[in-house]
Design a protein around this ligand. Sequence first.
Ligand SMILES: [Zn+2]
Length: 384
Amino acid sequence: MRAAPGKEDVRRHNLGTVLRYVHVHGATSRAELTTRLGLNRSTIGALTADLTAAGLVFERTQRDTGRAGRPSLVVRPRSATVYAYALSIEVDRLRAARVGLGGRILDRREVPRPPGMAVPEAAGPLAAFVREMAGDVPDDGRFVGTGVAVVGRSRAADGTAVLVPRQHLEDLAAGDLGVPGRLSVGNHAEVSALAEHSRGAAAGCDNVLYLYGDIGVGAGIIADGRRTLGRGGEVGHVVVNPYGRQCPCGSRGCWETEIGERALLQHAGRSGAAGREAVLGVVKAAMFGDARAQSAIREVGGWIGFGVGNLANIVNPEAVIFGGTLRDVYLAAAAHIRSRMNAVALPACREQVRLRTPGLGEDAALIGAAELAFERLLGDPLVS
Ligand SMILES: [Zn+2]
């Protein structure tokens, strides 16, 4: 039988609740914390004093509130000193950032990822970025851990898509990256969904579908306010067209073969091209009246709406967010995507869903990877 939580357990839990609140919402007055968290004023005062002593937050008097009476102290996360490293292994680039508590990007690095570079080979450049950024950490800096976002597919030397072998992900998760501290690994779209849910375009939504387009499609699903663990990223391999193209997964007509970069470029008559710039080229050409580019956007937009409609029937999301190249295609084909989705989704599902572009843009993966690293501290701020 488990013992009832003691006073110290309750205190640590409450410290985590207060720290998580200011981590997500930024500067917050003690008065607002009291209201939002349902704790009394003296408890909030004691908790923020403990978090201040632990070097995790600082408090300042709020000036010019225009109200009479004693001003409430405002609590802020120590973003400049409490930090995590965030690494992102993407199809065409490797990125690294130092992210402060509160989700603030303090420093960042980026390098192209050449076709044919396997995930384990990314360790060298990423570890070098971390060493460089470590040189600028203030003396009182407090390192929390490292989070890694990894896409589920990469570009082969011949430009085609290949699935990232599961073994590579397992090796990463085992901490085989040559960077300091505890390592937390997540799927790129899933951690992006996490970031958009906590502080981006889906803040306040409990059910969210985040889609990220590159050479294929990744997905992250938030259900009932929680990140679904495991295989949310595989929705790109739901078969939507049994007579469609061969997919690198071995199947045929997977969703990503109809809406990924390659499909769009083929429809637009630009099979030789590849990458985000090439996709943007088609979107721009469509805007300027190029009939073939417009037809390609409509074709791919139709398949996006078809897939989103089907997923909406399962996930029942309040928000669907289009990231990566899907953002560009969505902006060019929003009405078409919406109408195709409406034809597929059940009325109860389609009526509440809002289609959106990312609030955090391309930073979502870095901020989300950092969230993985901050999780332990937020769960127990007194953890060493
Ligand atoms: Zn597939």
